[in-house]
Design a protein around this ligand. Structure first.
Ligand code: GTP
Ligand code: MG
Length: 250
């Protein structure tokens, strides 16, 4: 079972207008500061935060109860002028957990009125998180023939394909920066990743490596996914034939 907590800035649209037109730089600084703090607070509790369109945050929050969320809300309230609404949900796929959180908020299933928390906290014991860390093989070589923005366009095209492909497998893909992507996965997504790697190789000539990590918490699963990816690089750099997918479990 996977649990997601979705953090959204409360009444952000109307609040941005109060800053006047000369606001974009202020909003960018605010969003970056909130992201930094949210990642710090949740990673301390063994979670991992994924940035969603820069002003929303998806937390893989397996193991966290309502009290942990309230503690974090209290700290965030002191730090920022804007507040955050948290919607918590769970399911047997990341997409279902996201739907559960969305419906909890939409149907006003209140967990804490004072701290703006909605949804459903998972209280079972079968906590299971699978993360896939995908990275372009040897992107550095592309820099010799392509300018920075041309590379960006290739990477965003890839992200678009990835998001669509894995949403059909009930999983959620996030862009992590550089040539890195992470997919919050279920078994179906893990079983399909070689197919996705082959499609991108044949259609776009992009080579991908994929490290997979399975654990009880988001942070541990990410650690193992990155370790798997680094293992593929080590095998490659030792001159042996590398696998395109490598998986580690705790
Ligand atoms: N988010 C994230 N970014 C990383 C990580 N490792 C490297 N990067 C960034 O990704 C970009 C590309 O680096 P690499 O992927 O190491 O370069 P490469 O030439 O593709 O080399 P290989 O991936 O080893 O084939 C760099 O700008 C790094 O800043 C990581 O674990 N997470
Ligand atoms: Mg790379």
């Amino acid at each position: 079972m996977i649990q997601l907590s979705i953090l959204k800035i409360t009444e952000y649209g109307p609040w941005t207008l109060t800053l006047g037109s000369d606001r974009e730089h202020e909003l960018q600084m605010l969003q970056a500061s909130i992201y930094k703090e949210v990642q710090k607070l949740f990673s301390e509790k063994n979670c991992i935060v994924f940035l969603n369109r820069a002003d929303e945050f998806f937390v893989v929050s397996n193991g966290l109860g309502l009290e942990d969320h309230i503690q974090i809300q209290k700290i965030l309230k002191k730090l920022f002028e804007v507040g955050l609404t948290i919607s918590i949900g769970y399911g047997n796929s990341p997409f279902k957990a996201n739907l559960n959180a969305y419906e909890g908020k939409k149907n006003k299933i209140i967990l804490s009125t004072e701290h703006n928390i909605f949804g459903f906290v998972y209280d079972g014991f079968d906590s299971k998180v699978s993360i896939m860390h995908l990275d372009v093989d040897n992107l550095t070589s592309k820099r010799k023939t392509n300018s920075p923005y041309e590379i960006t366009s290739v990477i965003f095209g890839l992200y678009s394909k990835m998001s669509k492909y894995f949403l059909e497998k009930n999983s959620l893909a996030f862009f992590m920066g550089g040539d890195n992507f992470m997919i919050v996965s279920n078994d179906e997504a893990k079983q399909s990743v070689q197919d996705f790697i082959d499609i991108v190789k044949n259609d776009d000539g992009i080579l991908l490596n994929c490290g997979i990590g399975n654990a009880n918490t988001g942070r541990e699963a990410v650690k193992l996914a990155t370790k798997s990816l680094d293992t593929i690089r080590e095998i490659r750099d030792s001159g042996k034939e590398k696998p395109e997918v490598y998986e580690l479990s705790c």
